[in-house]
Design a protein. Structure first.
Length: 581
């Protein structure tokens, strides 16, 4: 029977209603602590096309309510710095209004508009936000958002808005259509690999390169800040306020503070900038200058590409190419036809049959749990024999980090950190609004070794979360915990598919099992059917997926081939590893 946990046991109760209202003094409203940047650029990314909303200007003799409705619709058109939306404001307000200070997404299907004197009140379910730094978050369940608009008639008798909060109110449907996540890279404190910290940018923005560099110079978000560092010297800024792109080369001109960086720091900073900017389809190389003069960086030229900084390449799962299955009490490498080959891992000394397994792609070492969820085993000494290292009540699939350490949840008892020599530590959870560490049923580490995704149980519902892992000699903490999405409410298995996506075997409220691909930037997802009886998943570096299926008395592995599931052969579970030598 599933253990029941109530969020009230672990966190303070949150108010169910979030109100963002505007007084006539303009004091309250959407966050204004920073800015999402919409800047000029010397080239436009033609590869990143989108369907643009063309807003309508206000019609003559519109009612006050129609003016507010028209303004909200026009906010979806960012052309010429929201020129159409500003036509619904009086001249002074149009000059003052800052749409770049934050975005709130509403369920406009349930939006209510009412009138009080010369004020229009708007309220709707609050779905999510993009804050002033470009980071996405879901609103609290059941949250409502209210906004107030003051209007006045002009001399020509037309209504116009003369007081409103900064920022944007958009329909949730605009989120996936209008925004895209881009990685801003920082350096892991443990492995020196690059770790992405995604920033959401409107697809219509013509200053994406500038936005990404400004985010990099500002430092990592609180979602990953404890676990990463940046080699940007304090006070470093863009000299001219923008990053022009010409013929595929982005020029980053930095202020003189960057000259204080050491040789190593300059190399790391260059790697951060190059990997960040070349994530854009219209950027293939980067030039770094100081007041127009090239910044001296040892070992590279004045124009740099990713090839110059492969030593800092973000970790990925592209080395996972060989399918392994758990058969009987052993682990065996198999080919596409299900035939065994290569080296097998033996579990004859393990107290019960094996269940889910995971491999460390850097060392090809294996860790697995027994099918009863009571024992964690591994072959740390690089032998073919698995040995027990940890016991628990409800252990789930272990996950390796970038340093060869293990993270594993024991549902109802917390999360364990097992270092590369077998020492065990309890993992704590930073205070959050999602849940308690004892509620975590599964956790999986991203290829970068810093970010984590997992499943937390709240009553009868599974909550998908994102976070990061901070580890030093004695402290191991998951921090920055936040809910990922709310469509999938029951989860069987979860794995990272890529740098920005997770793969989930689960079901929504209808109960139908599906294979979900979830974008960790926006929480958006797509789904495909899976064979009846699917129990777990495995994915290789190219996105090839297999599922383990219980089919009556048979336990089988199926491989996805285009839109079909093809039987591979018998097996209780599967995983991908490096090719055996």
């Amino acid at each position: 029977m599933r253990k029941q946990f109530n969020r009230k046991q672990f966190t303070n109760k949150k108010c169910a209603v979030l109100v963002i209202a505007l007084s006539l003094s303009g004091c309250a409203g959407i966050p204004t602590s920073s800015a999402i940047h919409f800047n000029d650029i010397t080239s436009i990314d033609s590869a990143n096309q989108y369907v643009r909303v063309i807003a309508r200007p206000p019609a003559d003799n519109s009612s006050a309510e129609d003016i507010v409705r028209g303004f909200l619709e026009a906010c979806a058109d960012s052309g010429d710095n929201y020129a159409i939306a500003r036509q619904y404001l009086d001249v002074t307000t149009a000059q003052k209004w800052n749409p770049a200070s934050g975005i709130e997404f509403l369920d406009t299907r349930e939006m209510k508009i009412s009138t009080q004197d010369s004020r229009i009140l708007v309220s709707a379910p609050h779905e999510s936000s993009i804050n002033a730094s470009g980071f996405f978050a879901l609103a609290q369940p059941g949250a409502k958002l209210s906004a107030q608009f003051a209007l006045a008639r002009h001399g020509d008798g037309q209504w116009r808005i003369n007081a409103l909060a900064d920022g944007l109110l958009l329909s949730t449907s605009e989120l996936e259509r209008e925004f895209r996540g881009y990685p801003v890279y920082f350096i892991s404190n443990r492995s020196a690999d690059l770790v992405p910290d995604s920033v959401l940018v409107p697809t219509s923005s013509q200053g994406i390169a500038t936005t990404l560099v400004r985010s990099l110079l500002a430092g990592a978000s609180s979602n990953i800040s404890k676990a990463v560092r940046s080699s940007v010297p304090p006070g470093t800024k863009l000299t001219f306020g923008s990053v022009p792109v010409s013929a595929g080369v982005a020029t980053v001109d930095l202020s003189s503070e960057v000259l204080s960086a050491t040789r190593t720091e300059r190399r790391e900073l260059a790697a951060q900038l190059v990997w960040t900017l070349t994530s854009l389809p219209n950027v293939s190389a980067v030039r770094i200058t100081v007041s127009g003069q090239s910044l001296a960086i040892s070992g590279v030229g004045t124009v740099q590409t990713r090839t110059d900084w492969l030593e800092y390449k973000p970790a990925a799962i592209d080395h996972a190419v060989e399918l392994n299955v758990v058969r009987d009490r052993n682990v065996r490498a198999i080919n596409a036809d299900g035939q065994e080959f290569g080296v097998s891992i033996l579990a004859d000394s393990v107290p019960s049959a094996l269940g889910l397994a995971a491999v460390d792609l850097r060392s090809n070492l294996l860790a697995a749990i027994t099918a009863d969820g009571h024992t964690l085993v591994w072959n740390r000494k690089r032998t073919a024999l698995l040995q027990p290292i940890l016991t628990g009540d409800a252990l789930t699939r272990p996950s390796w980090d970038a340093m060869g350490d293990l993270l594993i949840a024991d549902y109802g008892h917390g999360v364990h950190f097992v270092d590369s020599v077998g020492r065990q530590y309890a993992v704590t959870l930073e205070a959050n609004t999602v849940g308690d560490v004892a509620q975590i049923r599964q956790v999986t580490v991203a290829p970068d070794g810093v970010r984590v995704a997992g499943v937390l149980v709240e009553g009868a519902r599974d909550v998908l979360f994102l976070g990061s892992i901070f580890s030093d000699k004695l402290t191991h903490e998951i921090f920055g915990l936040r809910e990922l999405q709310r469509t999938v409410t029951s989860v069987r298995d979860i794995l990272w598919l890529s740098e920005s996506d997770v793969l989930i075997l689960g079901a929504d409220a209808s109960g139908a099992e599906q294979l979900y691909r979830v974008d960790t930037n926006l929480g958006t997802l797509s789904s495909d059917p899976v064979p009846t009886g699917s129990q777990s998943i495995a994915v290789d570096g190219s996105g090839q997926v297999v599922v383990a299926v219980v089919n009556g008395s048979r336990q089988e592995i199926y491989r996805r081939v285009f839109s079909r599931w093809v039987l591979v052969g018998p097996g209780q579970s599967a995983f991908y590893a490096r090719t055996h030598n």
